[in-house]
Design a protein around this ligand. Structure first.
Ligand code: DX5
Ligand code: ZN
Length: 220
């Protein structure tokens, strides 16, 4: 059985001087989700952008806004991201002591819930929250920066999560983030992923190349 593969360009690799145009361009080029990387300089060693940027991008596309929070704490900011237009909010279990409460708060605010595991986090960290999730995000780089190298040792986590998800019979996205290119996309899909985040690989070559990049990532 071949499953449908969704592509989620990370706008971290876009031209920040014209983000609205960039988002409209990846929409036209066939992106499924828009992946929005939120970094606070505390949970990860980099700062990106916040809810006001997401809000300003919302009129430029109807695609799903896939918000990846690399921030700690999470809970005080959930409402701001929901109001800005998030559809899915993904957080890291290390961001706070009460991940289940965070998941409930995201759901209560009207968003889908994602949990992300770092390369150093065991796949078992997903288990306690599994029933409350719509998406599991396997990081294949250490979060904080685009353009890093794919860590192949994480593929076994994707395989494990694919069996858990299939066994559950639930419609849970299995997303992979970090170092996805045409070679590693094939590895991630082979391991069972069905949503690929791609920053560098999507935006390489400028707007004329986006559609071809996205199609090649979808069927590497
Ligand atoms: C890393 C971010 C990723 C990043 C991916 O912390 O979560 O989404 O933008 O960038 P590439 O695709 O360039 O590895
Ligand atoms: Zn991300």
């Amino acid at each position: 059985m071949s499953r449908a593969i969704k592509i989620a360009p990370s706008i971290l690799a876009a031209d920040f001087s014209k983000l609205g145009e960039e988002v409209a361009a990846i929409d036209r080029a066939g992106a499924d989700y828009v992946h929005l990387d939120i970094m606070d300089g505390h949970f990860v060693p980099n700062i990106s952008f916040g809810p006001s940027v997401i809000k300003s991008l919302r009129p430029h596309t109807d695609k799903i806004f896939d918000v990846h929070l690399m921030i700690s704490p999470v809970d005080p900011f959930i409402d701001a991201f929901v109001e800005a237009g998030a559809d899915i909010i993904t957080f890291h279990p290390e961001a706070g002591a009460h991940g289940h409460r965070t998941a409930q708060a995201i759901r209560a605010a009207g968003c889908k819930v994602g949990l992300s595991i770092n390369p150093g986090t065991p796949v078992e960290a997903v288990e306690p929250l599994f029933d409350d999730l719509d998406l599991v995000l396997v990081m294949t780089v250490n979060p904080g920066f685009g353009g890093q190298r794919f860590i192949e040792s994480q593929l076994s986590k994707i395989e494990t999560l694919r069996t858990w998800i299939d066994r559950s019979g639930r419609d849970i996205d299995l997303e992979v983030d970090g170092g996805i290119n045409f070679d590693t996309a094939a590895l991630a899909i082979g391991a069972g992923a069905d949503v690929l985040v791609a920053g560098t690989a999507t935006f390489d070559g400028g707007p004329e190349a986006y559609a071809a990049n996205i199609e090649k990532l979808r069927a590497p």
